[in-house]
Design a protein around this ligand. Sequence first.
Ligand SMILES: Cc1cc2nc3c(=O)[nH]c(=O)nc-3n(C[C@H](O)[C@H](O)[C@H](O)COP(=O)(O)OP(=O)(O)OC[C@H]3O[C@@H](n4cnc5c(N)ncnc54)[C@H](O)[C@@H]3O)c2cc1C
Length: 421
Amino acid sequence: MAHQTIILGAGLAGLSAAYELVRLGIDVQVFEARERVGGRAYTVQLNAAQYGELGAEFVDDNHTALKSYATQFGIELDPACKFPDDLYWFIDGMLRNAMSLTKEQNTGVENFYTKLYSLLEEQKDPQQTLDEWLNTEPIAPFARQMARRMASSLFATDPEFIGVGFFASVAGMDNKSNMRVRGGVSRLVDALAKHLGKRVHTSTPMRRIQQIDDSVTVSVETANGLVEVIAQSVIVTLPWSVLHHIPIEAPLIDAQREAISSLPYGGVVKTLLQYPHRFWSKPNFGIVSLDSEYQAIWEPTFAQMGTEKILSCFSGGTRSLKLCEQATELATATVRIIHPDAPEIIASRSYDWSADEWARGAYCYFRPGELHRFESHLTQPAGRVFFAGEHTAPVEYRGYMEGAISSGQRAAQQILNLVRK
Ligand SMILES: Cc1cc2nc3c(=O)[nH]c(=O)nc-3n(C[C@H](O)[C@H](O)[C@H](O)COP(=O)(O)OP(=O)(O)OC[C@H]3O[C@@H](n4cnc5c(N)ncnc54)[C@H](O)[C@@H]3O)c2cc1C
């Protein structure tokens, strides 16, 4: 009998795994809980055919797997930001980038990174949070403030929770520029899904996984009730924040069970505000980091047509959990901290990833010591149950579309190895 694989979740990891397996001639069925594909890649339209991203948005220089798919599907990428020029900190009522920081501030930042890297050389994953480490080291005030803001705006958590080892592994990566998918990341998702056609089943949440001998039975909820689907292998791409609520009967080792039940996910609320026109002086708003309910603001419409302009407001960590119904109001107020003359918005959309039952958070992070403890178990299959998803990617791609895609490709290769045995 030909090998059949079930793929759970039609985000970028699930779709990439399915796409690669179909290309290799392996039969797949993809089951997705939501009515739409894409998961945490979610493009929405506002007025005047302008679009913004409520989930994933930026593509970094080294995101080669994503770029390769974009080329294959004829999807273009638009330049977004150049670094360090387009990164601004709002401090003491002023916007400053690397060129306009004081000499003292720049030296403080350099010292901060030197200390962070030497810490990693000494110990891979110290038993300290970022906050604890900042409190024990002589870090200059601006660098300290920058690190704390990065915890929320990059890692979607608080300095009191994130392990300094995980922070250090990712925080200093030297990215010179980034891009956006022209037309929105959902175009990439749709291109993959189109290739898979009727193999993708939406609105069919998986409720149970059970491996018996050489086959796996997956229970999925359909409009006609619970249905059992049997295959020779399964790739699970659900965020572990969701998976840990679902029974899995498979030969998982203790460290895997522990990781599935405890891997933390940060919270993010992303709010898109559409304005009638640009009211900032430079054409590119850049990425503005600030210490407020929202910790980062940028403009996704830089390369889009129309006089209307959108600002993306990003709130991460504990503060994002308190925005609730006031998200739009608080986002407009945050923009007015930087630009008191901002006009009234003409449209808005907001999304709270912690409140989403199929995500239960934005992306994973690691507490002190967890990176070291879990790392080698994240990509390991449990019998015929394989794992993919952003959380199983190499540390530098975790929390990125690149991590989702490359993990899907890796899981497809693991299935191929199983088939060839
Ligand atoms: C606010 C935000 C901003 C981001 N910004 C960026 C960025 O700028 N650049 C970047 O590269 N990345 C960014 N990311 C990260 C990126 O979105 C993710 O890393 C990536 O999309 C994850 O893909 P995935 O396939 O691993 O998971 P998901 O996209 O979550 O896919 C998993 C799928 O499983 C489905 N599912 C859940 N439970 C079940 C079930 N029981 N049965 C069946 N299906 C189920 C879900 O509905 C989902 O579709 C951002 C994420 C967020 C939330």
